[in-house]
Design a protein around this ligand. Sequence first.
Ligand code: PEP
Ligand code: MN
Length: 337
Amino acid sequence: MLIVMNLNATEEQVASVRDKAKENQCSSHIIYGDSKIAIGITGETRNLSTDDFILMDGVVDAMRVSKKFKLCSREMKAEDTVIDFDGDKIGDGSLQIIAGPCSVESRDQLFDIAGQLKEMGIKFFRAGAYKPRSSPYAFQGMKEKGLELLAEVKKEFGLHIVTEAKDTETLPQVIEVADIIQIGARNMQNYSLLEKVGQTQKAIFLKRGMAASIEDLLMSAEYILSQGNFNVILCERGIKTFETWTRNTLDLNAIPVLKKQTHLPIFVDPSHGIGIRDKVAPMAMAGVACGADGLMIEVHHNPDKALSDGVQSLTPTQFKALLDKIKQLAPIVDKIF
Ligand code: PEP
Ligand code: MN
C-alpha cells in the first residue's frame, strides 16, 4: 500500500502513519520525493484499508500497489533513484562506466589497469576478490588478499570500488572495502544474501540471473529494498538461450522495460552479455542507445593471460576507442558523459 503525504507533513504525522502500519504487523518505508513524501507499507496489508489512512492528518492519498514488486516500482516512487558517491552520481542522467578486470590477480595487475582507467576518466573500478565460478577447479579469486589490494587501489587512485559478495560469511569483509557490492548472476536469488545486503546502506549492484525473468530480477531487488536499502542498481548481463555462438544473449529489451517499471538505475554488462572481445563494443553502444544509466565492462592489460574471462576482456586501447565512440553517442540519447 502507498500512502502519499504532503512534503510539509510533520514528523508526528508521519510517525502516526508508520505506527498504524506497525500496529497491523506491517513494515513502513519512507521515500522522500521532490513534491511529496511517500510511505510504502509492506507485509500482510490485507487487513488494512486505504480508508484507515486517508483521513489522517498530512495524508493526501492512499492506494494499493497493484504490482508484485512494490518498493522498486514507479508506482511507489516516480522519480529516478540517484546514488551519490562523493559527487559521482549514478542515475542522475549521466552515463557512468564501471570498468576493470574480472578478477583481482596481483598487485601489479590491479595497479596497471586501475592507473590506465583513471587516466581515461573512469570513476568506478571493478574486480572480483571472491569469484563464484561455474567450475570448482577454476580460479576462485584472491579472497581477503584481493580485498586488501582493492583497498590499496582505492587509496592510491581515489576510485570507487565495485566488488562481489559471494556469500553471507564473507560479506562483512567485502563491506569494509566495497563502495558498491556486486551480487552476481549466480546469487541473484540467494535470498539470505539479499536480505543481509539489504540491512546495510551500501550501494548494491544486482546482476540478473542467467535464467531469471525481468520480474524475477525486480522481486530480488525488492528483497533488498524491503530491508531498508534503496541504493540498488540493476544490471542486465545476458541470459541463457538456445544460441551457442555467443556466451549469453544480452537481453536489451530489458532496459526500456525496466526503465518504465522501476525508479532504480539500470546498467548493461556487454562483456558477460556476449562474451566475445571484439563484439563487446557494439553491444556496449547498443546498451547506451537503449537508455542504460551505465555500463559495466571488463578491461585487462593482458587479456590473453587473464585468470578469468580473458576472452571477453577489452585491452585498455580497445576500451579507450570505445569511450571515444560513447562520447559521441551519449548526447544523442540525452545522457551526460
Ligand atoms: C563478473 O562480473 O565477473 C561476474 C561473474 O558476473 P556474472 O555474475 O554476471 O556472471
Ligand atoms: Mn567476469
